[in-house]
Design a protein around this ligand. Structure first.
Ligand SMILES: [Zn+2]
Ligand SMILES: [Zn+2]
Length: 364
């Protein structure tokens, strides 16, 4: 295919331009039977890319956008227009975040088709949706107090608790399971499933060798670093370890010359380059954080080496989760230690007795 808007930036090639911004709801052809459609979202990450795959007498769709009236309207216009009245026969969700899964239940019900997701994503999504309407649990308040939240910040957290389910239409009560390395036949072509983890528990990417395409979801994004966070349900978790491990595995398993179709921002070529940049970025963050812990600090004190922007009320939750992901990673590598003070707050400091293996970060 010849690309008119090819742009090179930081080692990646963007065939549609780096800031390609196709009109909302107007599908762009990516390859035979594969279409990119952008849905706007009312937040700082102001869009999501969804993928429409021609599949015999119907359509397979990958990801669905938030359960908002505006997104439903775009879907309606696609059903009547571009999709030519052919039904959706399969809804695939790369992972359980509301921008991806939001309208899955609505689409499945409307077309009487199945939802296809990995098991951990489906079950985790159902449990988070079930939290909507509950009061914030004590375990979550303890978690953020230990991280160093003030009373006022805890109040804010309580008010926002249960937000997850507000933009997710009720999920179907059954699903079809997607697993690592299995293949689906979509539109007469094989698509192999590639699992990643760390951004979400069991994230699925879809790889089509014949078309040289990778639908990468949020596991690999061209500009933003995928969020990797520790959450109150698993306070001692080490999601960064699995993110590093599964991202390095994607780099080993997949060829470089793919067109990567990410959920946010523009399609690009340069999978290995991008994965290496992301892996290197986390390694640098871990080292910078380690250096910063020459003296004891709380999680909320640790933003400066990790974020080059001011952390305010709106970004505090995400920043705390990401900081804890880096702290837990260092903790599990025995590079730092953690103590609890009399107010129940955690303090982290370099572990003087351990010599970390040089450059051992990817050696899991
Ligand atoms: Zn996500
Ligand atoms: Zn996303």
């Amino acid at each position: 295919m010849h690309y008119e808007n090819m742009e090179l930036y930081r080692g990646l090639q963007y065939p549609f331009g780096r800031k390609a911004n196709p009109p909302a709801g107007e599908p762009q052809k990516i390859a035979e039977g594969v279409y990119w459609v952008r849905f706007p979202m009312p937040m700082s990450l102001d869009h999501i890319n969804l993928w429409l795959l021609e599949d015999g007498d119907g359509w397979t769709v990958v990801d669905t956008c938030l359960a908002l009236p505006e997104a439903r309207e775009i879907w309606e216009s696609l059903f009547d227009g571009f999709m030519g009245g052919k039904p959706i026969t399969r809804v695939i969700c790369t992972h359980m975040h509301p921008d991806h899964v939001g309208l899955a239940g609505w689409l499945c019900e409307r077309f009487g088709c199945d939802l296809w997701m990995s098991r951990a994503e489906y079950l985790m999504c159902r449990s988070l949706v079930a939290d909507t309407g509950r009061a914030a649990p004590q375990a979550a308040l303890d978690f953020y107090r230990r991280a160093g939240y003030t009373d006022e910040q805890l109040e804010h957290y309580k008010k926002r608790f249960g937000f997850f389910g507000k933009a997710v239409s009720p999920l179907p009560d059954r699903y079809r399971r997607l697993s690592d390395l299995e293949t689906l036949v979509i539109g007469g072509r094989y698509w192999q499933l590639m699992e990643g983890s760390g951004h979400s528990p069991e994230h699925i990417c879809l790889y089509c060798p014949a078309l040289k395409l990778l639908i990468s979801g949020d596991q690999v994004l061209p500009r933003i670093t995928p969020n990797v966070s520790v959450f109150p349900t698993e306070p001692e978790g080490d999601p960064l370890k699995v993110w590093l491990r599964t991202s390095a595995r994607l780099r080993e398993r997949l060829p470089e010359d793919l067109l990567v179709l990410p959920s946010h921002e523009a399609p690009f070529v340069g999978l290995h380059t991008r994965l290496s940049q992301l892996l290197e970025g986390h390694k640098n963050d871990l080292n910078a954080l380690f250096d910063y812990l020459e003296e004891p600090r709380r999680a909320v004190d640790c933003f400066p080496p990790l974020f080059n922007r001011e952390i305010d009320g709106g970004s505090l939750g995400l920043a705390t989760g990401e900081t804890l992901a880096h702290l837990n990673c260092l903790l599990w590598r025995r590079r730092i230690r953690r103590t609890e003070d009399e107010d129940g707050i955690y303090w982290y400091v370099q572990e003087p007795d351990t010599v970390a293996p040089a450059d051992g970060f990817l050696a899991h």
